[in-house]
Design a protein. Sequence first.
Length: 144
Amino acid sequence: MNKEEKRLYDREYAKNNKEKIKIRKDKWYQDNKEEIRLKRHKNYIENKDEITIKHREYRLRIRREVMKHINHDIEPLCVICGEEFFPFLQIDHVNNDGAKWGKIHGVGDSMVSWLRKNKYPEQPELQILCANCNMAKATGALIC
Ligand SMILES: [Zn+2]
């Protein structure tokens, strides 16, 4: 069996033995749980800065992706004033029902994850605002 045939065989085996493989992997994980935990912790300690940066980049990438989706596939910008500077942008509940929805989907990163995981449901109705416009709207200084 050459390398290509072995690859195809492995793929076919994996496809036909999903349950068997899962049971074996779960057993292996349970048998090596403590060792895995220590290895992960050691890796985290050794690469803390790099992991923190990568995690931050991941969070920003997901946030941008979700905001872009909310903005109908246009790069995120404030729908009132047109601000494009990403760190200033926030997700706003159009109907000012964020508190109600917060109990369902969480706030901040939790909401972003929830939206993505639930494939962007129509409700809650959302829009992108910059921090200034969002604050003005929240205080009633701006009606939109
Ligand atoms: Zn704005």
